[in-house]
Design a protein around this ligand. Sequence first.
Ligand SMILES: Cc1cc2nc3c(=O)[nH]c(=O)nc-3n(C[C@H](O)[C@H](O)[C@H](O)COP(=O)(O)OP(=O)(O)OC[C@H]3O[C@@H](n4cnc5c(N)ncnc54)[C@H](O)[C@@H]3O)c2cc1C
Length: 362
Amino acid sequence: MLIAGAGMAGLCAAARARELGASPVVLEKGTRAGGSMLLSSGVVWRYRSFEEFRAQCPTGDERLQRLVFDRLDEGLEWLESLGAPVLERETGNPLTTGVRFDTPGLTEALVRAAGEVRFEQPVTVTVTVTGDPLVLATGGFHGDPELVARYVKPAAPLRVRANPWSAGDGLKLALARGAALSQGLDEFYGRNMADVEFGEHELVSLAQVFGRYARIFNDHGEEFFDHNAVSWSELDLVQATAHQPGARAWYLLDEEALDERVRYGTVRELVAQAPTRVDPADLPFTPPPRAVVGTRVAAAITHTIGGLRIDERARVLDGQREPIEGLYAAGVDAGGISSGGYASGLASALVLGLTAAETALS
Ligand SMILES: Cc1cc2nc3c(=O)[nH]c(=O)nc-3n(C[C@H](O)[C@H](O)[C@H](O)COP(=O)(O)OP(=O)(O)OC[C@H]3O[C@@H](n4cnc5c(N)ncnc54)[C@H](O)[C@@H]3O)c2cc1C
């Protein structure tokens, strides 16, 4: 059994396959294991009720949502049983429940359980068909600007806030074998980041997740999003920003907004750290009357939401909705689970990784 990608989905698939008695080989394009999972906040979560999941992600594939919802708690216990270190047993969000893992520890535990991982070995369309099952877990296509331009259609290239290696290799391989695409191809998960170059260690600290307290303008001075309508995840705002000139925006804050609390402190503290902080008087348009400070943001992509169409056994489907022999997808490569909204990428990678291994070996 061959697994493409040593991130969350690929490592979970490999670890489960080994438990089931197989000897999987994981081919990893990058120089290290963990993919975006290693860089993430490590919160593996689901909505508290299935109805809430449907309401939050209304255009997502209901059968896949049911699978992720039903199997997540068992998956979390399994991760713990492998020795993955837990940091918190709550998400801090009343809508959701889940566990926060230490991501270096999670990666280590999964690599230990997965067995053989070969680095700098990208799986491409030319991979030889050996008759062995192939699990695609390459993390979607956020790292390929051309694919992002084709499917997501941002007004300008998006900054990448994730591992640099996920460039649609799984998608291209499966399409070459007749795979069908899921819904949600124009959607993505991301954050509006301070508009500066950033490194791996700033992916959380430079995320400006306080759009709901700001007045939001584009470069033409148009208020393009009503801050009262921003969703809890702020994903709708990030996606809307991607379609504004330059895929950028200005957040303008008054005194009251600065006192609001968000996950990592007050808005005042976050704005004080933002390297793109501006005096409203210096803006290229007339600011709203009570604004005392602004910050320049750029839409950044963490991962794509659309991808390959799969069934609830993680089998990649063709245009006739028939499974393609020996081909499975998990994690971000499998599309359409959270379209219309936002759900935990780590959760679907975990559950679909387990499912792909079980189906391939059944
Ligand atoms: C800053 C940040 C914070 C986040 N916080 C959270 C959070 O708290 N909760 C949550 O649920 N999600 C979070 N996420 C998202 C989460 O990390 C992803 O949803 C998850 O990692 C997806 O798993 P995956 O296996 O599909 O992709 P990844 O974990 O990215 O793994 C994909 C792997 O495939 C490899 N690869 C790519 N191409 C090839 C190829 N051709 N051949 C072989 N290997 C290849 C890549 O190098 C990578 O190692 C966050 C992400 C970031 C960046």
